[in-house]
Design a protein around this ligand. Structure first.
Ligand code: OOB
Length: 568
């Protein structure tokens, strides 16, 4: 069975450019696995991570990662092995990542919302050797998922972190073949002993992030140790992170925003504390902010709206948010109207974050004038970021005019993982990434996102490739054609609508003459049974007889989108 990563699976930055980044001091020689070593030596007792079950100091976290690393090596994992990680927000997530990095293995950053269809696609594309899960997430049985993944990859090792999610030890079959627990891995190593670790190439892949995607199979994003660490180091001062910072991780921890903007890794670089929130609701997040004195949190716009609503209704004398200095909002467009309310209602500064797992991250600065903070999505984090705004012919447009955003720089990828044909479309010949975002740049360089030129729906920060959902719908024998589009939604920004043309056959009866709610439920059940993540399931389904087409015969999704935020 072929596993892991090979040289021609990914696209390196050209040698002369890479030398430039090294000479300029942007790319370090330290791989990500060295994070926590400095603090473990200089401030061993300072608090690194807190969740519902753990309060780990830097020395404990680093020792935890070393023990795990030994266990992983014993299980036969090593450099360039890829490991699908699908964990809820928990302290072990950080220990697992550090351990994988220390042995030179490459995590694939699954999200708790992913289901079998996505997991299978990641497993195949990345040729994984192991799957790290919490045993169960809500009603999703990850032990069954591991068994399913094993049909393609019989040697798959399933590493379970019991208790991290909604699993209990009792859920897990004892001694299942190919299954080990987190405890098994770390137990066999005496705490405090440093394992013999392999050399890790700092310029090689460190993790495979997930693209939102615009095609049938969303692509994987190879980020290197040096590029990722640089993006974090550059973000730390821009986000005001210091050793005194306490970051509330309310986003799914594996998301690029939570990981690196400045996020979890920003805390580890600065020696601050990560507080893992099991969910971002005000009922969970506010008491955690109060109890742990969180100073910064990152959320997507719908969560920011919920926080605003919760505070607008109950302002108690015992304010749970007094410690919060900065709320970062990103992942999708945040309206200027809501943005303006953040300082007054939540009593903290707003920082808008416009980033992408492929690389480029923009931030409004903490000392920017209010108007910039409320109405723009910020500026690139690094002076070495190269940004172009171009028309349909790739010619630069003047400041103030909308155009396609192209990006290149010390932490933006030059190609997706094992996707040469897709790369030819998604990158210019000189290596700029075509973000698919339509933006306007001001004379000062501040960027405002005004639309999108990719077949993707942004459902409150969660990205959905229309084609992926359409392909699943077309697998139903009763469906002739399908168009999946976003429509405006007050809370989510956009929600998912599937337009269906039915076949003239018996199976079409599954969808015919149903009430709209029953039709939607039926369609969702069909897609869920195919293992599609819940956030991709249509919020509304419409049966129609004609889908609008463009002049070239392609379905015109723009006309179906109507007046959505991205149809401007
Ligand atoms: C973040 O990363 P992804 O990879 O899930 O999604 C990237 C896309 C962008 O190309 C853009 O279309 C959209 O999400 N986006 C925004 C936005 N932030 C991201 N659109 C409008 N306003 C914003 N503030 O979403 C991500 C990665 C790192 C940090 C923050 C977000």
């Amino acid at each position: 069975m072929i596993s892991g990563i090979f040289d021609d699976d990914w696209v390196r930055v050209p040698d002369d450019v890479a030398d430039g980044y090294r000479r300029a001091g942007l790319w370090d020689t330290e791989p990500l696995g060295t994070l926590t070593r400095t603090q473990a030596a200089s401030a061993p007792e300072s608090l690194a991570v807190v969740d519902g079950r753990h309060r780990w100091s830097y020395s404990r976290l680093s020792a935890e990662a070393d023990s795990l690393a030994s266990g992983l090596l014993r299980e036969g994992l090593g450099p360039q092995d890829t490991v699908l990680v699908q964990l809820p927000n928990c302290a072990e997530f950080i220990a697992v990542l550090l351990a994988l990095w220390r042995i030179g293995a490459v995590p694939v950053m699954g999200l708790p919302a992913h289901r079998l269809s996505e997991l299978q696609s990641f497993a195949d594309q990345a040729r994984i050797s192991a799957y790290v899960s919490s045993g169960r997430i809500d009603d999703f049985d990850q032990v069954d998922a591991a068994d399913d993944l094993r049909r393609q990859r019989p040697d798959l090792l399933h590493i379970v972190v019991p208790g991290a999610g909604t699993s209990t030890r009792g859920d897990l079959p004892d001694d299942a073949p190919g299954q080990v627990t987190y405890e098994d891995l770390r137990a066999a190593t005496a705490t405090g002993s440093t394992p013999e670790l392999p050399d890790v190439d700092p310029y090689g892949p460190a993790l495979l992030q997930l693209s939102g995607g615009s095609t049938g199979t969303p692509k994987l994003i190879p980020r290197t140790h040096a590029d990722y660490l640089y993006s974090v180091r550059a973000s730390v001062p821009v986000c005001g992170i210091t050793a005194d910072s306490v970051y509330l991780c309310a986003l799914p921890c594996a998301h690029n925003f939570a990981m690196s903007s400045a996020g979890i890794l920003g805390q580890l670089v600065a020696g601050g504390t990560v507080v893992m929130a099991p969910d971002p609701s005000p009922g969970t997040a506010f008491p955690l902010i109060r109890d742990e004195k969180a100073t910064v949190a990152g959320v997507v716009p719908p969560v920011a709206l919920l926080w605003l609503a919760a505070r607008a209704h109950s302002r108690s004398a015992d304010d749970p948010l007094t410690s919060l200095r900065v709320l970062q909002v990103g992942g999708a467009r945040f309206s200027a109207e809501a943005a303006r309310r953040v300082p007054t209602v939540l009593g903290c500064r707003l920082q808008q974050v416009f980033g992408m797992a492929e690389g480029l991250v923009n931030y409004t600065r903490l000392d920017d004038p209010d108007d910039i903070v409320f109405t723009t999505q910020g500026r690139p984090v690094s002076p070495a970021d190269e940004v172009r705004i171009v028309d349909d012919n790739d010619d630069d447009v003047p400041d103030g005019e909308p155009g396609h955003l192209l990006a290149r720089g010390p932490y933006t990828i030059r190609g997706y993982f094992r996707a040469p044909e897709h790369n030819a479309r998604s990158f210019t010949d000189d290596g700029f990434y075509r973000t698919g975002d339509i933006v306007v740049r001001s004379a000062n360089g501040d960027i405002t996102v005004v639309g999108r030129a990719k077949d993707q729906i942004n459902r409150g920060g969660e990205k959905i490739a229309s084609e992926e959902v359409e392909n699943h719908l077309l697998a139903h024998p009763g469906i002739l054609e399908a168009a999946v589009v976003g429509e405006p939604d007050r809370l989510l920004g956009e929600r998912v609508v599937a337009h269906l043309i039915l076949q003239d056959n018996d199976r079409a009866a599954d969808f015919a003459e149903e009430k709209p709610s029953a039709l939607t439920r039926r369609t969702r059940e069909f897609l869920a049974a195919r293992g599609l993540a819940t956030y991709k399931l249509p919020d509304r389904v419409v049966v129609t007889t004609e889908l609008p087409r463009t002049a070239v015969g392609k379905m015109s999704t723009a006309s179906l989108r109507g007046s959505g935020p991205d149809a401007r």
